[in-house]
Design a protein around this ligand. Structure first.
Ligand SMILES: C[S@@+](CC[C@H](N)C(=O)[O-])C[C@H]1O[C@@H](n2cnc3c(N)ncnc32)[C@H](O)[C@@H]1O
Length: 296
């Protein structure tokens, strides 16, 4: 990660979300009209025109972008599962969202009325936040916080959120999407400590992570992905097995409610052959902040 410039991985995943209109309808789980804004008006106009073209032409359009197809499908699953977790929280009356490593996450813009009075605190490097506001426009419910998870004292995060209006006595949905694999173990744990400190009971923490094996014994495909993200300054550093993750979260008062592989979510959400495009080895965990200590 090079803090002085907008995150390239954030731009990449946003663009993958924006390609949804080119997917066959059966493989489309979420539409993010903001995703392509990171690529500029030409990309937006091209995808818009192709999305209205006959299906065979849309299929042909994937030709030059074939390596992005599995990513576009993967992002459909990731965005949908996390959207669903957020909607459940809102349905239970929650009205505060903290997005750690917000990047070009468009939920505050995209989910519109279903957010009601919810305030969305977006935490990221300032360069990415600035680029986002330039492309998406201002959004009244967003309060942006410039923060570096590796350099700033994570113990200061609760106070800095509070200074923007965040309330520690009301439940918070913390979204930590596409970030944990880029962190050191110390930064990961320090962030869990901050989440524990600013989260009232019944708050949720939802994030995706990679299996430890992907970091320690990567397959050829995983090595290729890692080489690409390392080249843009954001190498994979951190992975977990589900049991070690659950006991680590428990030390921070967070009880795992759900921890499923992307392949399991894909099998539930997508028809074949699209479900098979999504590989195992990446997972999504949702944990609840409990009032009492959690037994690992
Ligand atoms: C892959 S992007 C994910 C963005 C967004 N959550 C999404 O899923 O679209 C990772 C994000 O984490 C942010 N990030 C990574 N390391 C960071 C750090 N040390 N401090 C602050 N933000 C960081 C990057 O700026 C980037 O926006």
């Amino acid at each position: 990660m090079k803090p002085e410039r907008p995150s390239l991985t954030a731009a990449f995943v946003a663009a993958c979300r924006g390609l949804a209109p080119l997917l066959p309808e059966r493989a489309r789980l979420v539409t993010d009209p903001y995703g392509l804004r990171v690529l500029g008006p030409l990309a937006e106009a091209t995808v818009d025109a192709l999305s209205r073209a006959p299906a065979p032409l849309r299929t042909l359009a994937w030709g030059p972008m074939l390596p992005m197809l599995p990513w576009a499908i993967y992002m459909q699953v990731r965005t949908r599962v996390l959207d669903d977790a957020l909607r459940r929280f809102l349905a239970e009356g929650g009205a505060q969202v903290v997005i750690l490593g917000a990047g070009f996450d468009a939920r505050a813009w995209r989910l519109g009325d279903s957010l009601g009075d919810t305030v969305v605190y977006e935490v990221d490097h300032p360069a990415t936040g600035r680029a986002k506001r330039a492309r998406f426009g201002e959004q009244h419910r967003v309060r942006a916080l410039s923060f570096d998870f590796e350099r700033d004292a994570l113990s200061s995060l609760p106070e800095r959120l509070e200074a923007l209006g965040h309330r520690r006595d009301a439940p918070t949905f913390t979204l930590w999407e596409g970030v944990t694999m880029y962190l050191t173990e110390q930064a990961f744990e320090a962030t869990l400590g901050a989440v524990r400190d600013y989260s009232a009971p019944r708050s949720k923490l939802a994030f995706n992570y990679v299996d430890r094996a992907i970091v320690e014994r990567p397959s050829f495909a995983a090595r290729a992905v890692s080489a690409i993200v390392s080249a843009v300054g954001e190498p994979f550093k951190l992975g977990f097995t589900p049991p070690t993750l659950a006991s680590l979260l428990a030390r921070y008062g967070l009880a795992v409610e759900e921890d499923l592989g992307f392949d399991e979510h894909a099998a539930r959400l997508l028809p074949e052959p699209w479900a098979r495009v999504v590989r195992a080895g990446r997972r999504i965990a949702v944990a609840e902040r409990t009032a009492t200590a959690v037994r690992a």
